[in-house]
Write a protein that binds this ligand. Structure first.
Ligand SMILES: Cc1cc2nc3c(=O)[nH]c(=O)nc-3n(C[C@H](O)[C@H](O)[C@H](O)COP(=O)(O)OP(=O)(O)OC[C@H]3O[C@@H](n4cnc5c(N)ncnc54)[C@H](O)[C@@H]3O)c2cc1C
Length: 330
């Protein structure tokens, strides 16, 4: 009978993405409840980049690292990756497969679940293992309703929301199992041709430790550059409210909130953002929240650890200036 949990390891440039560590953390909880050992499945082309990902995965607290290497797997293709992961699942004999609810994870999990005849719960925030089966919770209607679901399928899959589970720490030195795959170019009907980084050198919002976000009050994309400078001084990534995105001041990739990204930085600086519930659900787990707003009654102050009541156009440039001085003196 199938046993154990397989985590799909998302990789970027040979490094494991933060979500992979979080999935291993989530899988460890299931394992402790009796779901069996935790393994990681990696997919890539033969060479140094995949070797680096395998080395990083081996250092996590997992029993085995399954890896499918093939020349067709250099860049992401739904068909090729789904075929490779299906082979890995068969080799691992897992009963549960976990994905990140990321753009790639959402795409791949649906295809793999269909190919394997598995159940798939998406965007989960809680997992449990009871009576030999997977139980999940997933919020719907902006978190107003929590669905509790249980699968009876032989193979059970779930995608997990980023920044919900604590990442796994260091582990031992897991065994590596090479999984042979046979994929031809004719199996591939579309693939990622180019990945363009929108925030040159900056961490993605979902992985950033410091975020400076701007709202409608910035009034123009030109004024958003003020936040770029503050972010530069803080080593932060810039985000935005939906109102700022809808007004065309920032791209949707920068949107934080219910219909944007869910973030979990150590420091979140909300600049001229009112604090609507749809924004809060995307950033309320931030460790420290700083709000800058000229309205002392703005709802964001109820969530903020530190608040500045003032005009952002006066305060932000002065803050940036002071931070630059501080940096220069250290
Ligand atoms: C289905 C649905 C999904 C949504 N999803 C999202 C989402 O994912 N993310 C999101 O952010 N929103 C989302 N929204 C929109 C959300 O309800 C709010 O409309 C939005 O967050 C407001 O953005 P804002 O705070 O920038 O603008 P506003 O609400 O207009 O607030 C601007 C704030 O700036 C302050 N301000 C103005 N001038 C200055 C100044 N000079 N200096 C300092 N402060 C100043 C004001 O006091 C005010 O508090 C969603 C809404 C719906 C219905």
């Amino acid at each position: 009978m199938a046993n154990g949990i397989l985590v799909y390891g998302e990789v970027r440039d040979g490094s494991l993405k933060a979500i992979t560590r979080e999935l291993v953390g989530a899988a460890a909880q299931l394992s402790q409840a009796g779901a069996g050992p935790v393994s990681i499945g990696l997919i890539g082309e033969p060479g140094a980049t995949t070797d680096a990902a395998v080395a990083a995965a081996r250092a996590l607290p997992v029993a085995k690292v399954f890896v499918a290497r093939d020349a067709t797997l250099g860049s992401y293709s739904t068909q090729a990756y789904a075929m490779a992961l299906q082979a890995i699942i068969a080799a691992s004999d897992a009963k549960v497969v976990l994905f990140g609810a990321t753009v790639l994870g959402r795409d791949l999990s649906a295809r793999v679940a269909a190919r394997c005849g598995a159940s798939l719960f998406t965007d989960c925030t809680e997992l449990a293992w009871t009576n030999g089966t997977l139980r999940v919770k997933r919020p719907v209607y902006s978190g107003k309703v929590i669905l509790e679901l249980e699968s009876t399928a032989a193979l059970q899959m779930a995608s997990i929301r980023p920044n919900v589970f604590a990442p796994a720490g260091a582990g031992g030195s897991a065994d590596v199992v090479d999984v042979p795959v046979s994929i031809s170019e004719s199996d591939i009907r579309g693939r990622v041709k180019e990945t363009v980084r929108t925030s040159a050198g900056k961490k993605d919002l979902t992985e950033a430790e410091i975020i400076v976000s701007g709202g409608r009050s910035l009034k123009s994309s030109e004024n958003f550059k003020m936040l770029d400078e503050l972010a530069e001084a803080l080593g932060a990534t810039v985000g935005a409210s939906r109102a700022a995105v809808d007004a065309g001041y920032a791209p949707h990739s920068m949107q934080v909130g219910q219909t944007g990204k869910v973030v979990n930085p150590k420091l979140y600086v909300a600049v001229g953002i009112s604090g609507a519930i749809q924004h809060l659900v995307g950033m309320r787990t931030s460790k420290v929240i700083v709000a800058i707003n000229k309205d002392e009654n703005a709802p964001i102050f109820q969530k903020a650890d530190y608040g500045v009541v003032g005009d952002l156009f006066e305060f932000v440039p002065r803050l940036t200036e002071e931070l630059k001085k501080l940096r220069a003196s250290h």
